[in-house]
Design a protein around this ligand. Structure first.
Ligand code: S3P
Length: 434
């Protein structure tokens, strides 16, 4: 792909899209498969850069991970506590989930020495949120800036069971602790201020671990040997969100999104879009491998502004950039608060959204923890930057569909982190129907 993508005003978007596999579930399927005894077959794994980073780390630790065909991947696990020491640095690339979850696993296996690094974005992101609770459990982890940032060195030890009251609702923090808890004798638990996505709890249970969810507390009873499973990964609602917004704001559009994960800890984007007046219907709702899945039909609609904050934020934390694009097209004002976490994602997403959508003519005011967006300002094509952040690249591309003229997005290829076929899917639903 070239260094820029030209996003042009769209007349309409029509067609059917199978969004790629859920990124969070893909990471967990690979990790639990690698830890389990026996074989795990994963159907619909996201072939994006982030899960590839997880797979590469797990291979270095002794797991066998091999594609069987374009939809099925086989993992031969090493069994609990049997990771081999890697003779090289483990590289998590752009993936915070890979690094934070692996820290839980690596620090709890006695005798295992590991080093982890990532790309420039990941090396700038806070790791102390995971290091602190793991250190309280006895973990030995060293890193730059007093352990705040990668590269990190980890010496695995037998950790102590612990109850952690997390100051933030973060699935990565919770999962790192629960994964460490798999190897720990006794009950390890995490209480969050509000519930973050619960894919780890669901998948650990499916692999045979003893996990209890009680309110905002998740508890694991260790040690437990996991057994290989067949996992079916649903489509990623965070990827579907780009099309939900695109079809809502481009006139005369209708898209059918098949097989989208509808785990209630992830569906905040649906709740907000429906409140904004979107025309979205859920069809064929069903359950697959402990996760709710459905098909979504979305048609263009006149949107109105809304308020987003509080407990909703963890349920749509990755969708705020694309919801900001929806807010630009909506009538009235949209206010987003309690979203300071966005400042430590793959980029500072509050600053980048305000600045780059601003270049297109959007009226956005930035707060320390959110944004205020005044809708219905006419957007006009301009040169914009993704800052190598996949969700920013895709959000700006969708904004370009309603901007006059051409919007040129720099560094668009980072979309492959979570959605390798994003631009191909866009061309397909446009070219067929223009
Ligand atoms: C993820 C959790 C979220 C999300 C990230 C993936 C996960 O982060 O932003 O893209 O797979 O656990 P936090 O819940 O840690 O904020």
């Amino acid at each position: 792909m070239s260094n820029t993508f030209a996003s042009k005003t769209a007349q309409k978007l029509v067609g059917t899209i199978q969004v790629p596999g859920d990124k969070s579930i893909s990471h967990r399927a690979l990790m639990l498969g690698a830890l389990a005894q026996g074989e795990t077959l994963i159907e619909g794994l996201l072939p994006g850069e982030d899960p590839c980073s997880t797979a590469a780390c797990l291979r270095q630790l002794g797991a066998e991970i091999s594609p069987i065909d374009s939809t099925l991947v086989r993992v031969r696990g090493v069994g609990l506590g049997n990771f081999q020491e890697s003779d090289d640095i483990l590289n998590a690339g752009n993936s915070g989930t890979t690094m934070r979850l692996m820290l839980g696993l690596l620090s709890a296996q006695p005798g295992l020495f590991s080093c982890m690094t990532g790309d420039a974005s990941l090396r700038s992101r806070p790791m102390d949120r995971v290091l602190k609770p793991l250190a309280a459990m006895g973990a030995e982890i060293w890193g730059r800036e007093g352990g705040r940032r990668a590269p990190l060195a980890i010496r695995g030890k037998a950790l102590r069971a612990f109850h952690y009251h997390s100051p933030i609702a973060s699935a990565q923090v919770k999962s790192a602790i629960l994964l460490a808890g798999l190897l720990i004798d006794g009950e390890t638990s995490v209480t969050e201020p509000t519930r973050s996505r619960d894919h780890s709890e669901r998948m650990l249970t499916a692999f045979g671990a003893k996990v209890i969810q009680d309110g905002y507390t998740a508890t694991i009873q260790g040690p437990t040997q996991l057994l290989g499973q067949r996992v079916i990964v649903p489509g990623d609602i965070s990827s579907a969100a780009f099309w939900l917004v695109a079809a809502s704001i481009v006139p005369d559009s209708e898209l059918y999104l098949r097989n989208v994960g509808l785990n209630p800890t992830r569906t905040g984007v649906l709740d907000v879009l429906l409140e904004m007046g979107a025309n979205i219907a859920i069809e064929n709702q069903r359950e697959t491998c402990g996760e709710i899945v459905g098909d979504l039909r979305v048609r263009s609609a006149a949107l109105k502004g809304c308020t987003i904050g509080g407990d909703l934020i963890p349920r749509l934390v990755d969708e705020i950039p694309i919801l900001a694009v929806a807010a630009c097209a909506a009538q009235g004002k949209t206010v987003i608060r309690d979203a300071a976490e966005l400042r430590v994602k793959e980029s500072d997403r509050l600053a980048v959204v305000a600045r780059e959508l601003g270049k297109l003519g959007a009226a956005i005011e930035e707060f320390p923890d959110g944004l205020r967006i005044l809708g219905e300002q006419p957007l006009a094509g301009a040169e914009v930057q993704s800052y190598a952040d996949h969700r920013i690249a895709m959000s700006l591309t969708i904004a370009g569909l309603i901007a006059r003229g051409t919007t040129t997005i720099h560094e668009p290829a980072c979309a492959t982190v979570s959605y390798p076929n994003f631009f191909a899917d866009l061309e397909r639903i446009r070219t067929v129907n223009l």
